[in-house]
Design a protein around this ligand. Structure first.
Ligand SMILES: NC(=O)c1ccc[n+]([C@@H]2O[C@H](COP(=O)([O-])OP(=O)(O)OC[C@H]3O[C@@H](n4cnc5c(N)ncnc54)[C@H](O)[C@@H]3O)[C@@H](O)[C@H]2O)c1
Length: 329
């Protein structure tokens, strides 16, 4: 019996193209782009919503690693025709290279509780985080299926897609649970038909990015309050030294790919950070699984204030305790 996963030789990605959506804001996608070029000898297509983001990212990559390794492509993942145009542009700009990896990584978060979140936030979150991933699958997977060589297709969910919902960002968590489920479905769908397309779901713990800020900025652009040409790459936060940097996080992503792990939970642990305060992803996932097997939902965390105020069943491991210490609470 064959499987899509199993160890993978990253050297086979050399000279091939990595396509990364949501890579223009110095976050997780940007780290993946840098690693794909510098460690694996890939070329990259940086996809994001605004001209300034993608041209700036491609220029910085070409300056650092040599002309011609990166292109920037404006792309809105909620629009299938925008992804189709991106695929055409990639074929035109990299005529000699096949696509070796696609990262459906674009996402948004609105940190509001269920009762305080708006219909607009729900619509945007489900449209970018869920339908945007489906659109990216439908745009790129047929090309990977038509190729003989192994290729990677990776969606970005979150550790939030594997744990219990809590009082934080209900729309985000619901969307990320959907990404996990639809990526499992994709793996099942392709297993026999196209085993050369290797499917992964990335479930990051905490990476120093500006996700909350980029989500608000993009919502303001969509409402017409800010012009797209005024958008500049975001400044990221390091969470007092406890977050993974996008670059070190990317190392963990490709270590998971090489190991053939389907659920790529990127824990805050050495060697990807310089501290011993993990997020404890597996412990928190286990709690949910054990609850489910007991047909029970343990809500005891709801009586304790979380690190940001509202109670949380997720943000409670050693990393958050240490964050409290470092911020002097
Ligand atoms: N940072 C973390 O700790 C963390 C943890 C778990 C999951 N994630 C996930 O990682 C992914 C990347 O987020 P990040 O943290 O690097 O933040 P980020 O803001 O750098 O990346 C998100 C990107 O998606 C882009 N985007 C939004 N809507 C889009 C659209 N319609 N079309 C194309 N691009 C669009 C944004 O412009 C932005 O560049 C997201 O899916 C996020 O949910 C992040």
């Amino acid at each position: 019996m064959s499987r899509q996963q199993g160890s993978f030789d990253l050297k086979s990605l050399s000279d091939r193209v990595a396509v990364v959506t949501g890579a223009g804001n110095n976050g997780i996608g940007w780290g993946i782009c840098r690693h794909a070029i510098s460690a694996l000898g890939m070329r990259v297509a940086v996809l994001d919503l605004h001209e300034r983001l993608v041209s700036d990212a491609a220029a910085r990559l070409n300056d650092e690693f040599g002309n011609g390794c990166a292109i920037g492509v404006i792309c809105d993942v909620t629009r299938p025709e925008s992804l189709a145009a991106a695929l055409d542009r990639i074929a035109l700009d990299f005529p000699e290279s096949s696509i070796g990896a696609v990262f459906a990584n674009a996402g948004v978060i609105f940190n509001h509780t269920l009762l305080k979140s708006t219909a607009e936030e729900w619509a945007t979150t489900l449209s970018v985080n869920v339908v945007g991933v489906v659109n990216t699958i439908q745009a790129f997977v047929p090309t990977l299926q038509a190729q003989k060589d192994d290729a990677i297709f990776c969606t970005t969910a979150s550790v939030g897609g594997l744990v219990r919902g809590d009082g934080g960002a209900a729309s985000y968590q619901a969307s990320k649970h959907a990404v996990v489920a639809l990526t499992e479905a994709l793996s099942f769908e392709l297993a026999r038909k196209s085993p050369q397309v290797r499917i992964h779901v990335l479930c990051p713990c905490i990476v120093g990015t500006a996700l909350g800020a980029t989500s608000i900025t993009n919502a303001r652009v969509a409402r017409g309050d800010v012009a797209t040409h005024d958008i500049e790459p975001a400044k990221t936060s390091e969470l007092l030294g406890l977050a993974q940097t996008p670059e070190r996080h990317a190392q963990q992503v490709f270590d998971h790919i090489a190991a053939g792990n389907f659920y790529m939970v990127t824990e805050n642990k050495p060697p990807y950070v310089d501290h011993e305060f993990p997020f404890d992803a597996k412990g928190i996932i286990r709690e949910r699984m054990e609850n489910m097997l007991q047909l029970d939902l343990d809500n005891s965390d709801a009586w304790v204030a979380g690190p940001n105020g509202p109670p949380s069943s997720i943000l409670k491991g050693p990393l958050w305790q240490e964050l409290k210490n470092r911020s002097g609470d």
